[in-house]
Design a protein. Structure first.
Length: 135
């Protein structure tokens, strides 16, 4: 029930354009990409927090394997995409706060808002998908 309905919505368009079964890699790659992006953001957050390089690598490892995030890479749940969006929002927000040049700071703050909005859209698509499925 809590699968990624936004991917379900893309399935008919992909399969009509490229043939039956061609949407399957999307269901495998999207959660994995979400986990990898969230883990990379954890490394960036550690860097912005002043961690040495060795601890930045540890942050990536622990973010991906030390909690439930790593298990989402093999599922079709949307939590990996939400985690990637929220981690990206935090990374951009920290970058904006640390940036001394105002224009670059505004761009990073805007990117943080976009990433946070993306997390909300993933949840919205999930809720709308559940409503549509249950009719």
């Amino acid at each position: 029930e809590f699968q990624t309905p936004h991917l379900d919505m893309a399935k008919p368009a992909l399969e009509s354009a490229f043939g039956p079964g061609t949407s399957q890699p999307l269901f495998l790659l999207a959660p994995l990409a979400g986990v990898l992006l969230a883990a990379a953001a954890a490394g960036g957050i550690a860097r912005l927090a002043g961690a040495p390089t060795s601890l930045q690598g540890l942050a990536v490892l622990l973010a991906s394997l030390g909690g439930p995030l790593g298990s989402y890479a093999t599922s079709d749940f949307s939590e990996a995409l939400q985690a990637a969006a929220l981690a990206g929002a935090l990374l951009f927000a920290l970058g904006a706060a640390r940036e001394s040049e105002p224009r670059a700071s505004r761009r990073r703050a805007f990117a943080a808002g976009l990433a946070a909005g993306a997390a909300l859209l993933v949840i919205l698509f999930k809720v709308l998908g559940l409503v549509v499925r249950k009719g």
